[in-house]
Design a protein around this ligand. Structure first.
Ligand code: SF4
Ligand code: SF4
Length: 411
């Protein structure tokens, strides 16, 4: 396993860091066990945040009073917007982490590159905390590329944390390079692109090509942890096969897509934007049964309630047009048990969307299976799921069906 030195901090650790956001979802005993196992397996860089509920407490219980504190690097974050909140957060983090210093203290999800004399007082707090020895290095995390670029070049931050995976844009790849040139440690969050990347060995092989990048893999389950730990011994290398796979993945996800970060939420209409805006991607990439259930059908129905208020767009760090993204249909599903004329299906065809219908009533006449739509057995969820997945996975077929449907004699 390669080691990474985080820029001017001098912190050197295996290129296999632990992202402690997900451990907030498991109980204390399980979380502490996972963290200790990670350390035992060779991980030494652990990243958490004040905002991750009891994640800091779990880290504190895992390493604070066990004599292990010196053997790990702990990075945490504050979302404070005032000096008062900064000091309160810092003292809380030190206490929960059961330590008297934090290796890397980061301004969390910064909307701007905080500077001395910018009127917020936050950078001055960082400098003071470092002088007092409560923190060893000053870092920042950002989701907006322009802010991240400014931080990387500012000469003010020793580390920058930013979403980074093999789906990164050219501009994001250049950001990692800028960090290297400016001796800023680059910490990569969302190395699996919020669940869109399913082959961990490919994600890891990509990271090994960036010798200044420290990935922090979000870990919640022992099986996930063991997968990452197995790479300590046998680190995946970039091969021609992996390179070709990445190329294909980047092409299939070209354009704007939702990363699932959730910064746009809550939606006043209760829409689970971070899942609904990317459900068709997840259907293609994760076990479809996890998403084709009643719960997600009900959540997807809420999209109809979107009032286009735009609140979510002001929060999305990727500048996505969320209402538009939510309204894009990959498939029009019309699974009636009884049907007369099937006018709604004709409207779906007219919209240029490939349709899936049940084999009842007028739908039987309107739709020619595999040509102008897909027919499934009425009341049979497996048959419906098969048709949907066929269209999601076979883009060429979906395009042909959409085109034929649009030119259908019934329109
Ligand atoms: S635009 Fe739609 S999805 Fe976004 S916050 Fe408003 S109602 Fe929710
Ligand atoms: S729409 Fe934007 S903010 Fe919301 S989850 Fe997706 S990427 Fe994140």
């Amino acid at each position: 396993m390669n080691k990474v030195t985080l820029g001017a901090t001098g912190i050197t650790a295996p290129q296999n860091g632990f992202g402690a956001l997900p451990v907030q979802r498991v109980d204390m005993e399980t979380g502490v066990k996972l963290l200790r196992r990670a350390r035992e397996g060779g991980m030494t860089y652990f990243d958490t945040a004040r905002a991750y509920t009891d994640s800091e407490e779990k880290l504190g219980n895992a390493f604070g009073k066990t004599g292990e504190r010196e053997s790990v690097y702990i990075a945490t974050k504050t979302q404070a917007k005032t000096p008062e909140a900064f000091w309160k957060d810092l003292e809380t983090s030190l206490s929960l982490l059961q330590t008297d210093y934090i290796d890397v203290y980061q301004l969390h999800n910064a909307a701007q590159c905080y500077r001395p004399d910018d009127g917020t007082g936050l950078y001055e707090c960082m400098a003071k905390a470092k002088e007092q020895g409560k923190i060893r290095h000053i870092g920042i995390t950002a989701h907006k590329i322009a802010v991240a670029e400014e931080c990387a070049k500012s000469g003010l931050y020793e580390t920058l944390q930013y979403p980074f995976s093999y789906l990164a844009s050219d501009r994001e790849l250049a950001l990692a390079k800028t960090c290297k040139e400016n001796n800023v440690g680059f910490i990569a969050m969302k190395g699996l692109a919020g669940g869109l990347i399913s082959r961990s060995e490919v994600a890891m092989a990509f990271m090994t090509e960036h010798d200044n990048v420290m990935p922090i893999w979000g870990v919640q389950r022992a099986s996930e942890l063991e997968e990452w730990l197995s790479y300590m011994e046998k680190t995946p290398e970039m091969t021609e096969e992996i390179r070709a796979y990445i190329r294909q993945e980047r092409e299939s996800l070209a354009g704007e897509f939702c990363r699932g970060c959730g910064y746009c939420m809550p939606c006043p209409q209760g829409i689970e934007i971070n899942q609904c805006a990317r459900i068709s991607l997840m259907l293609r990439r994760a076990p479809a049964a996890d998403w084709l259930n009643e719960h997600w059908q009900a959540e997807m129905m809420k999209i109809e309630k979107c009032v286009d208020c735009g609140v979510c767009m002001t929060r999305c760090p990727y500048g996505l047009n969320i209402p538009e993204l939510l309204s894009i249909m990959d498939v029009f599903l019309f699974p009636s048990l009884f049907e007369g004329l099937g006018i709604v299906a004709i409207e779906g065809m007219f919209a240029g969307t490939p349709i899936v219908v049940s084999d009842v009533g007028g739908l039987n006449e309107i739709v020619e299976h595999g040509v102008t739509g897909m027919k499934s057995y009425a009341g049979n969820p497996n048959s419906i799921a098969d048709s949907i997945l066929t269209l999601l996975f076979d883009q060429q077929l979906a395009n042909n069906i959409a085109k034929n449907g649009r030119n259908n004699k019934f329109i």
